[in-house]
Ligand binder design. Structure first.
Ligand SMILES: NC(=O)c1ccc[n+]([C@@H]2O[C@H](COP(=O)([O-])OP(=O)(O)OC[C@H]3O[C@@H](n4cnc5c(N)ncnc54)[C@H](O)[C@@H]3O)[C@@H](O)[C@H]2O)c1
Length: 245
């Protein structure tokens, strides 16, 4: 899939799944703008003119507005938006602080909403665009994640609503729902928990960030133009149901 000179925005592109998505688009010829609240010293995606990075918080509407203004000033248009930035703050509901509920809903749901709100008029004006939201298999339900699962269920609903609102302007809006992927986010779990989670996957292995990048690139490509408002699970089959062997 080629994205020669296409302008792509990736939030949370400094590490993990987001960095892999960024790399994938750059390799395919795109110009990528990243919005992330912090970039590790080791961040290196080729150091060429195809990647621009901005520090900012997706939950802050001023940061979002000035970032998008900067993208349009530099690149003139926006072909694809990938809403990838996300956080976890897991706990059972009886132990979860209200602040952990608010923080997760803010980053995982309000952030994508703010990004879409600012970008929709630009894509409508262009009469073209692709929005890919990173949800999670957890949107189907996951004990200990009342905040996270709710935020990801919310992003699936947001995806479906925007698919209805923007479809007539040649803008598609879809979601990718990853299962367990080996990233700094999931490696922050205790190793025994990571292993236990891996064992619940039919394929018995966590996925890799590139597995998500491939699905995102397909949904951002011309080839997927008739796919709209859908959720693609990239999870080794975990979303199928209970797997007790
Ligand atoms: N890793 C998994 O197993 C997994 C599974 C399902 C879904 N996901 C989703 O995939 C996405 C990426 O996850 P990851 O594992 O790569 O996470 P990660 O923690 O490795 O990377 C997330 C990136 O988002 C950035 N970020 C966080 N809050 C931000 C904010 N307010 N504003 C701007 N940037 C912010 C971080 O700085 C970081 O660079 C998330 O939406 C996550 O919910 C991950």
């Amino acid at each position: 899939m080629k994205f020669n000179n296409k302008i792509v925005i990736v939030t949370g592109g400094a590490r993990g799944i987001g960095a892999s998505i960024v790399q994938h688009f750059i390799n395919a010829g795109a110009i990528v703008h990243i919005l992330d609240r912090e970039f590790p010293d080791s961040f290196d995606v080729g150091g060429n003119d195809s990647v621009f990075r901005a520090s900012g918080d997706v939950t802050n509407s001023d940061d979002v507005k000035s970032f998008i203004k900067g993208v349009v000033t530099k690149s003139g248009r926006i072909d694809s938006l990938v809403n990838n930035a996300g956080i976890i703050r897991d706990n059972m509901i009886w132990k979860m602080d209200e602040s952990d509920f608010d923080a997760v809903i803010d980053v995982n749901l309000k952030g994508p909403w703010l990004m879409c709100k600012e970008i929709a008029p630009i894509m409508r004006e262009q009469n073209n665009g692709r929005i890919v939201n990173i949800a999670s298999r957890s949107w189907l339900g996951s004990a200990g994640q009342s905040n996270y699962s709710s935020s990801k269920g919310g992003i699936v609903s947001l995806t479906r609503v925007l698919a209805l609102e923007l479809g007539k302007n040649n803008i598609t809006v879809n979601a990718v729902a990853p299962g367990l992927i080996d990233t700094p986010m999931t490696r922050s779990l205790p190793p025994e928990v990571f292993k236990k989670l891996e064992n619940t996957i039919p394929t018995k292995k966590a996925g890799h960030p590139e597995d998500i990048a491939h699905a995102v690139a397909f949904l951002a490509s011309d080839e997927s133009k008739f796919i709209n408002g859908q959720v693609i699970h990239v999870d080794g089959g975990k979303s199928i149901g209970a797997n007790l062997h």
